[in-house]
Design a protein around this ligand. Sequence first.
Ligand SMILES: Cc1cc2nc3c(=O)[nH]c(=O)nc-3n(C[C@H](O)[C@H](O)[C@H](O)COP(=O)(O)OP(=O)(O)OC[C@H]3O[C@@H](n4cnc5c(N)ncnc54)[C@H](O)[C@@H]3O)c2cc1C
Length: 426
Amino acid sequence: MKVVIIGGGAAGMLCGALAAEGGAEVTVLEQNEKLGKKLFITGKGRCNFTNACSAEEFRANVVTNAKFLYSASEALTSEDVIALFESWGLRTKVERGRRAFPASDHSSDVIRVLSNRLKAKGANVILNARALRIITEEEVAGEDVTDGEPVISGVEYETHGRSFWIRADAVVLATGGLSYPSTGSTGDGYSFARKMNLAVTDLMPSLVPMNCRGEYIKELQGLSLRNVELIIRDGKKEVFRDFGELLFTHFGISGPLVLSASAKTGPLIGKKELASRIDLKPAISGEEFGARLQKIFDENAKKQLKNVLHECYPAKMVPVILRIAGIDDGKRCCDIRGNEREQLVLATKAFPVSIISLRGYNEAVITKGGVSVREIDPKTMAAKKVKGLYLIGELLDVDAFTGGYNLQIAWCTAAACARDLLKKKA
Ligand SMILES: Cc1cc2nc3c(=O)[nH]c(=O)nc-3n(C[C@H](O)[C@H](O)[C@H](O)COP(=O)(O)OP(=O)(O)OC[C@H]3O[C@@H](n4cnc5c(N)ncnc54)[C@H](O)[C@@H]3O)c2cc1C
């Protein structure tokens, strides 16, 4: 069984290591000068390589096509991933939110363990080798590839300006997505899939910050808010609501809460302007907050409003919130009327933010969309229409929230593929 894996990232390396261990003749083609360039930058260089949760909880954190991952995620749970890496010599640890990391806090250790395993099991790793074309037996025989079920024959690749041809019984596409292009995410896998007549769904950056409209956005730049609630509506329909940490930037909003929101609402953003609100005080009701403001006003009757509101808001927020509430910032607390206090409550409980678009792939953690899961056998990751072709990892139309779940997608789809390759070999 000759297996050519295109892409030496997370999914490609694990698939190669497992297939080689089972006796398959594995070649990994990686266009970069080293393996796992994207893995290296994961988890801010610490690599949050999985989340120590059950397979069911893992699927609950998969945003798109969680059902497709049922079989693969049951067959290789995150517990299995941790045990596998430990058995290969990686010491691991689990932190807040059950995020698993190498104990050393170095992503390079995850890459080292995988590449050592590839080498130890005799896999042939060719670096600086960009796959150009997947070749089918029909093409070799000069037949029309659009007729019938094509059968994989090999891969054409280029290295140091020369092109080569390598024969394969099976080709595994593990080329990743489009985010952080400098790590090798050139999107080649989508082109290969389209050429094989496999459907690719709409692609967009995900787990990504958002551009917002509004004068005050720039004024708030650098302000980080903890424990706020972000609510996004599409007309009357609420499409996102969650608590967390949000950061104002020169272009709009970022931070963990916003990244999660992008995963849920990405397909709607840009198509229409979504009205979103931030509840700056989600732990208390509007009435309670109004009463708290009144108490502050009573205790500071002669002081100017702008000089007392720092008790409730970060300093940068005070002039902005007063403007949104339509209150003159020079007013004294004793001159604030009831309806003005209510406007202040409203601006606090429903701070308006107008989202206009997502930021680009060079700021996105992952790509949403990919090769349609309808084209793929969920137990084996084999393409249904092309004999001998497999697709794994981020290339597929599956994506998850942050927390180690996206790498878990890479690992479990890679293992499902490796199992099938070894079954075919037998
Ligand atoms: C900044 C950042 C931080 C992240 N942090 C985390 C985290 O902590 N936890 C988590 O779970 N996920 C994280 N992710 C997401 C995670 O990195 C990806 O989901 C995962 O790497 C996808 O694995 P993959 O093997 O499918 O693709 P990749 O890891 O992207 O590997 C694809 C490989 O294919 C190669 N390739 C592409 N085309 C060709 C070709 N034609 N020929 C040869 N080689 C080719 C590429 O060079 C690349 O090396 C992060 C992503 C980013 C950008």
